[in-house]
Every structure is written in structure tokens, then in C-alpha cells.
Design a protein around this ligand. Structure first.
Ligand code: GDP
Length: 178
């Protein structure tokens, strides 16, 4: 439901990045609206969605930004990263190249975002793991540890681990700002 503006203690901007078609828009829709839309990309142009949550008794408005397809044209600009306190860096566990490109996205974050940004690596489409997995959990865990990222596999389709991953990022941001 609606939350009166004056009851909001914090607004946290979180950006969602990663290769095209890894499920960024659907993860955002799952977290902010508890929806999954099979006819994706109908919402192009929408810059961010919000969800208001409670953490340690504080009211936090999470403002989750979507690239709206800009990553296709390598046009994710520094304005997109400005003020971001968290980043969900998404790859598709069924598409190896999307994981191989994660290092490049980390460089992009280090170049454009605040150095204290909380980064969560997300291996999306975990619902397809049984038949189509192309990236092992171990490879991702190792990469995340090397780079100091949080990590979770998740599924925007089933909803598995989506809230948990976003909450982990929001809680770590809260711990840093409070
Ligand atoms: P984006 O380009 O990164 O924003 O990716 P989208 O959110 O548009 O998703 C790309 C495609 O992957 C769409 O066809 C989605 O329906 C599909 N997709 C997204 N998340 C999942 C998921 O968790 N599981 C499965 N099986 N498909 C997904």
C-alpha cells in the first residue's frame, strides 16, 4: 500500500546491470510488484520502480533502476550509476558468455559508481538449472569471493531467492549508512 512520504527514513538507489536478456527487468518486476511478465520489454522507458520495506524498524524506499535496454548499445551512462548505493549484477546461469562478461561489469561499476557500493552477483534463471546450466555455482562463488561481491542464484520466474537477494543488499546498505 501507499506509504506517506514523511514516514520514509531513507531512499536507497540500487541499479540492476548485466548483459541483455539475463532477466534484469523481470528481477525488478518480481521484487517491486511480485510479477513475472512473459511478454517482456513492454515497459521500456520506465527508469525505476520502487518498493518500500522495513529494515530494523526503519522505513526504506528502495528505488530500483533498470537500464531499459541501454546495455545493448553500451550506453549505460555515469548518470545511471550516480548516487547508487547498491548494484545487482546479473548473469544468466544458462548462458556462459553472460558470466564471462561479469568482470567487465565490475570494472564498469568501479569506474563509475561510488567505491562503497554494495554489489550482489545474481545467477538468474535458476529454475532452468537441471537441464540448461552452463555456469557452475562453484565458479560463481569463487569469482564473487575474489572480487568481494555477495552472491546468490535466483529465479525471477519462480521468485526463488529474489527478495532475499535484494534484502541482503538493502540491509548492508543500511548498516553502512546508519
Ligand atoms: P533483460 O534484458 O536483462 O532485462 O532481460 P528480461 O527481464 O527482459 O528477460 C529476458 C528473457 O528471459 C525474457 O524472455 C524473460 O521471460 C526470460 N527470463 C527472465 N528471468 C527468467 C527466469 O528467472 N527464468 C526463466 N526461465 N526465464 C527468465
Amino acid at each position: 500500500g501507499a506509504v506517506p512520504a514523511d514516514s520514509i527514513d531513507y531512499v536507497f538507489k540500487v541499479v540492476v546491470i548485466g548483459d541483455s536478456a539475463v532477466g534484469k527487468t523481470q528481477l525488478l518486476a518480481r521484487f517491486t510488484k511480485n510479477e513475472f511478465c512473459f511478454d517482456s520489454k513492454s515497459t521500456i522507458g520506465v527508469e525505476f520502480q520502487t518498493r518500500t520495506v522495513s529494515i530494523k524498524g526503519k522505513v526504506i524506499k528502495a528505488q530500483i533502476w533498470d537500464t531499459a535496454g541501454q546495455e545493448r548499445y553500451r550506453a549505460v551512462t555515469s548518470a545511471y550509476y550516480r548516487g547508487a548505493l547498491g548494484a545487482m549484477l546479473v548473469y544468466d546461469i544458462t548462458k556462459r558468455p553472460t558470466f564471462d562478461h561479469v568482470a567487465r561489469w565490475v570494472e564498469e561499476l568501479r569506474a563509475h559508481a561510488d567505491s562503497s557500493i554494495v554489489i550482489m552477483l545474481i545467477g538468474n534463471k535458476a529454475d532452468l538449472a537441471a537441464d540448461h546450466r552452463a555456469v557452475t555455482t562453484e565458479d560463481a562463488v569463487e569469482f564473487a569471493e575474489e572480487q568481494g561481491l555477495f552472491f546468490s542464484e535466483a529465479s525471477a520466474l519462480s521468485g526463488d531467492n529474489v527478495d532475499k537477494a535484494f534484502f541482503r543488499v538493502l540491509e548492508h546498505i543500511y548498516a553502512a549508512v546508519s
